[in-house]
Design a binder for this molecule. Structure first.
Ligand SMILES: C[S@@+](CC[C@H](N)C(=O)[O-])C[C@H]1O[C@@H](n2cnc3c(N)ncnc32)[C@H](O)[C@@H]1O
Length: 232
């Protein structure tokens, strides 16, 4: 649901790792687009996706394909490519394989559930601009979602940016809490969610700093970011 806000009406969406096919179904339910290619490289998710699509009555509308990432697919540049709910290294491997076929300004929506540091570094090294990020809290877990454009121009990104994200618009995160248990209390305000996200990352950086030196600096930076949140 949170990813959908970035998908413009009538776009052609390629959902890589569609699994249950919730995203394609939601796109049609909300009349955003019916031009969708849903991909998975495992049979069980494909069976589940096909079942959900049939229940929704969209069998004729959604193309469901067994495929490894974006292999053998060519792009016009108009497609919005969504890769969500897997590790950042796997996402970067999928992008790497298809990179020579992407067009300039091609749009991607990415949600790395782990190894997000590696993904952001790879994006910067390979000319994928992170235009915006949003932080989602669901059932006490945090997810960062990235809106990305392929420019082909590499850029520098610090270790702290790669770990915590860049271009996060905190105010934009309002109404992005889809936690059914949520009470919509103060704790769900965009600032509170962002601050809790940073605190979670700080604890993670603390643990990692015991074996990886660069996380000392990341942890210190996060501390300053949290302090700044409440002083501005
Ligand atoms: C945890 S699910 C994510 C589902 C959904 N995208 C979401 O965010 O809720 C990850 C899915 O990615 C699929 N997957 C993993 N590697 C893939 C690849 N190389 N190509 C296509 N699908 C892949 C898995 O089979 C699985 O169904």
């Amino acid at each position: 649901m949170a990813l959908i806000r970035w998908i413009k009406p009538d776009s052609f969406v390629i959902d890589v790792g569609t699994d249950h096919a919730y995203l394609p179904i939601a796109l049609i339910d909300r009349k955003i687009t019916h031009k969708i290619l849903a991909i998975d490289n495992n049979y069980k998710p494909l069976v589940k996706g096909r079942h959900n699509i049939r229940l929704a009555g969209y069998t004729d509308l959604i193309q469901l394909r067994f495929n490894d990432g974006l292999k053998n697919i060519n792009f016009t540049g108009d497609e919005v490519i969504v890769i969500a709910g897997m590790g950042g290294v796997l996402i970067s491997n999928i992008l790497q394989e298809a990179k020579s076929r992407f067009q300039k300004n091609q749009t991607f929506i990415l949600q790395p559930n782990w190894t997000w540091y590696e993904l952001r570094k790879w994006l910067a090294d390979n000319g994928f601009q992170i235009e915006q990020e949003q932080v989602i809290k669901e059932q006490n877990k945090f997810y960062s979602q990235l809106l990305v454009k392929y420019t082909g121009e590499k850029y520098a990104i610090t270790d702290t940016e790669a770990f915590c994200g860049i271009n996060i618009n905190i105010d934009d995160n309002s109404k992005l809490n889809f936690d059914p248990a949520s009470t919509n209390s103060e704790d769900d305000s965009p600032l509170a969610v962002y601050s809790a996200y940073l605190s979670r990352l700080k604890r993670l950086a603390e643990r990692k700093s015991r074996s990886i030196a660069l996380y000392h600096k990341i942890r210190q930076d996060i501390e300053s970011m949290i302090a700044k949140l409440y002083s501005d």
